[in-house]
Design a binder for this molecule. Structure first.
Ligand SMILES: [Zn+2]
Length: 196
């Protein structure tokens, strides 16, 4: 019966052993974990969906290859990695949704995810949908390339930017972005024919 359920995979970026972006009071890996767990909880409320996760507990810091292998072995329908961005300059801000640049399906799913997040959060800064690789973004992000299923990587704002970092200190933004990611995931699963 479970095999009939749609199977999104949530990946909260990094882990305590490998922290990345950081602002006073906001730690990327901790926030990414909480966001991924919250999205899993929202998706689990739908009996047609059985979400999976790449980190079974907060304390796990699997390698990227392990995260991808977990999703591939589970036969995931879509892989969604959640991160927070940073930059040497405090100026850049914005939300970003990356997709594997050689996939037109990936681009369609990324457009849906970006729209759902923007609508749910009312975010006022720039929202970018970026192919990886693409002519203006040469890097190929590992989890987008190595996953057997369509994959998206969400950067939920720049912790190096005061306005973006403040969104995670209190208030409604974290809950809203989780609802946006949930809706974007449902839209993506519909696009893939895994939900009616
Ligand atoms: Zn990250």
């Amino acid at each position: 019966m479970n095999r009939l359920k749609a199977r999104p995979f949530l990946d909260g970026g990094h882990g305590p052993a490998k922290p990345k972006a950081y602002a006073p009071g906001v730690d990327e890996q901790a926030v990414a974990w909480i966001l991924a767990e919250t999205v899993c909880g929202l998706l689990e409320a739908d009996p047609r969906i059985r979400p999976g996760r790449t980190r079974a507990s907060y304390w796990e810091t699997p390698r990227l290859s392990e995260r991808v292998a977990t999703a591939n072995q589970a036969g995931a329908d879509i892989f969604i990695s959640i991160h927070l961005n940073d930059n040497p300059s405090p100026r850049p801000r914005g939300l970003e949704v990356y997709y594997y640049g050689r996939s037109s399906t990936g681009q369609a799913l990324a457009d849906k995810m970006a729209a759902a997040i923007t609508e749910a959060t009312g975010y006022q800064g720039p929202v970018r949908v970026i192919g990886s690789p693409s002519p203006r973004y040469k890097t190929t992000l590992y989890v987008l390339k190595r996953t057997a299923m369509p994959a998206l990587l969400i950067e939920g704002g720049f912790l190096s930017n005061r306005q973006d970092a403040d969104l995670y200190k209190n208030g409604t933004f974290p809950g809203a972005i989780c609802r946006g990611i949930q809706r974007g995931t449902v839209e993506a699963l519909k696009h893939l024919g895994r939900l009616p």
